[in-house]
Design a protein around this ligand. Structure first.
Ligand code: GFB
Length: 314
């Protein structure tokens, strides 16, 4: 990928897209193409076709998506399948029509079967039923990776896909209803400390296991794969180490100095009981994660972004 190549980062205002822009800029890529959703509605087939015809990007990083935590996925089921299918279909197809040299599609670890053997290998996709709470999102993401595979098979397009673990970092969503567990817990525990509360509610039983990848590590891995990976099979991206939601809550409580009681709200869904990705393929390609969870959480808590939201989060 030449430093002056035109690289379209779709979804640059999102957590992943923004991290990709930071990483590419730091590496000296100087011809990045971005559009806000107000400027270009990626669900609009004609608008996306016009954009590609006009701009003719050389490379595409497809990070635009409708995302959210377990409750958002389960509540806005129609929006999650419709918006993701439309966005990715338009961008992948126009990348083909306009001869994009390489495209990277961002999937998710939730594409794998609910009861997949652990750690989850890339070839477990479509080997069993999905987790109900995020099935519409997962089906859309599976369609995206299969579309990349199909376009490679029929047209020889160099379209690759990656499946990241649960992400966190700058630009995360801290809304208590729609967000993922990690940002929600950071906010809940910080607010409890700021407000002098002695109990915090954690959703579900606390027993599901998750692994968390800092979004800057994800961006680094994506760039590595853009430079070194050209195969049809998706690549898992994660630290390869998980912990229970209870352990995550305890770690966050400790980091923010919360000493009260942690309560579990059993009326909330647990979702998949475990999803730890097998990252041996990624390691074989020469990439390892760098940011340990505790270090990444400290970085978030020390960030300008976090402080700017004070006093609510303190
Ligand atoms: O991060 P999360 O919303 O999504 O939830 P998933 C992970 C686990 O944390 C679940 C528990 O067992 C939740 O019940 N949890 C505890 C909480 N407290 C909270 C809280 O305050 N907020 C939230 N949100 N969870 C999503 C998928 O699944 O992961 C998406 O729905 C996507 O499709 C994404 O794949 C990476 O890990 O369960």
């Amino acid at each position: 990928m030449e430093k002056n190549a035109k690289i379209y980062v779709a979804g640059h205002r999102g957590m992943v897209g923004a991290a990709l822009v930071r990483r590419l800029t730091r590496e000296g890529y100087r011809n990045l193409l971005v559009r806000t959703s107000a400027e270009l509605d990626l669900r609009d087939q004609a608008a996306v076709a016009r954009f590609f015809a006009q701009e003719k990007p050389d490379y595409v990083l497809l990070a635009a998506a409708k995302v959210g935590g377990i409750v958002a996925n389960n509540t806005y089921r129609g929006e999650f399948i419709y918006e993701n299918l439309m966005i990715q279909t338009n961008v992948i197809h126009q990348s083909h029509v306009h001869g994009v040299k390489k495209l990277l599609f961002l999937g998710s670890s939730c594409i794998y079967p609910r009861q997949a053997p652990q750690p989850i290998r890339e070839d477990y996709v479509l080997t069993g039923p999905l987790e109900y709470t995020n099935e519409p999102y997962a089906v859309a993401k599976i369609a995206g990776l299969k579309m990349c595979e199909a376009y490679r098979a029929q047209y020889d397009d160099n379209f690759i896909s990656v499946m990241p673990a649960n992400l966190y970092g700058p630009g995360d969503n801290y809304d208590l209803h729609n967000s993922h567990a990690l940002p929600a817990l950071l906010r809940k525990f910080s607010e409890a400390v700021a407000g002098g509360h002695d109990r915090v509610q954690v959703w579900g039983t606390g027993t599901p296991r998750r692994e968390f990848l800092h979004v800057d590590d994800l961006a680094d891995a994506c760039l590595h794969l853009m430079l070194h990976y050209n195969e049809p099979e998706p690549v898992n991206i994660g630290p390869g180490q998980d912990l229970t939601i209870q352990e995550l809550a305890e770690l966050i409580a400790e980091l923010v100095g919360f000493t009260g009681a942690i309560e579990f709200d059993f009326s909330r869904p647990d979702g998949t009981m475990r999803k730890v990705l097998d990252v041996s393929k990624l390691h074989g390609l020469g990439w390892h994660h760098r940011i340990r969870l505790e270090e990444g959480l400290r970085a978030v808590l020390d960030s300008e972004e976090w402080r700017a939201a004070s006093p609510r989060r303190t």
